[in-house]
Design a protein around this ligand. Structure first.
Ligand code: ACO
Length: 216
């Protein structure tokens, strides 16, 4: 029995979707211990695609993304999930591991806010996966999780991710100078945010109305 379900951490664990986009059926589900090989295979193959946007890590990319590192990463993600401060999800496309979407730093009280971040396998790029996954994540935050605001930070050079954030309705709030240690240096990041009152109905409904997605 999960004693944390509901009371301490509304909205966790959860399965979200599916929603259909050009790439196929996109859904979100909690990270699993058995994701190790799919996670590692994609991340080792897609280093050039991922590394420019990710926090600087200790050791080589190969070492950090080896399948043997997943159990400890999975365990810490799950622990944060159980504490109610994180929602660590896998993005599935047609039932296969396609990337990750994480809601972090969930703060309650008068703030009721969190950040959201994601990555998608290069071979699935440009087919609506991140937009659909982000819509599912934001709707979940404003629904069962009960948040008022979700924010994200993105490098000004990351035009694809900015397009994804715009698709979902995030607004620009400013530039954070030398904000994060990413790809070996302190990088400026755009801060974007969305509050629940800015979403009429759900983000997903709007994507469907705009013809970006279908509900399956
Ligand atoms: N310039 C401008 N727009 C671009 C470019 C580009 N070079 N490349 C793609 N786009 C646009 C596409 O046209 C599309 O916008 P549209 O729907 O309005 O036409 C959008 O970017 C891509 O939308 P999706 O297909 O939904 O996104 P995708 O599944 O390809 O994933 C992502 C995008 C997540 C950025 C992926 O490329 C990725 O994982 N990159 C590496 C990691 C990363 O950058 N993660 C995000 C970090 S920031 C954050 O987490 C808040």
């Amino acid at each position: 029995m999960n004693i944390f379900r509901g009371a301490q951490h509304p909205g966790w664990p959860a399965r979200l979707g599916p929603v259909r986009v050009a790439a196929g059926a996109v859904s979100l589900r909690p990270v699993r211990l058995r994701d190790a090989s799919a996670w590692s295979r994609i991340r080792l193959r897609d280093r050039d695609h991922l590394e420019p946007w990710e926090p600087t890590g200790r050791g080589s990319w190969e070492a950090r993304n080896h399948a043997s590192n997943w159990p400890s990463l999975w365990s810490s993600l799950k622990a944060e999930g159980r504490k109610g401060v994180m929602i660590p999800m896998v993005i599935e496309v047609n039932g296969e591991f396609g990337g990750q979407l994480t809601v972090g730093n969930i703060v309650r009280g008068a703030l009721r806010s969190a950040w959201i971040g994601y990555w998608v396998s290069k071979e699935l790029g440009g087919a609506g996966v991140a937009t659909a996954a982000l819509a599912l994540g934001v709707d979940h935050c404003f629904g069962p999780v009960g948040l008022h605001r979700v924010e994200a930070t993105v490098r000004p050079e990351n035009l694809a991710s900015q397009a994804v954030l715009r698709n979902v309705g995030f607004r620009e709030e400013g530039m954070l100078r030398r904000y994060l240690d990413v790809d070996g240096a302190w990088r400026d990041h755009l801060l974007v945010g969305i509050t629940v009152d800015e979403v009429a109905g759900t983000v997903l409904d709007r994507l469907i109305r705009e013809g970006r997605a279908t509900s399956n």
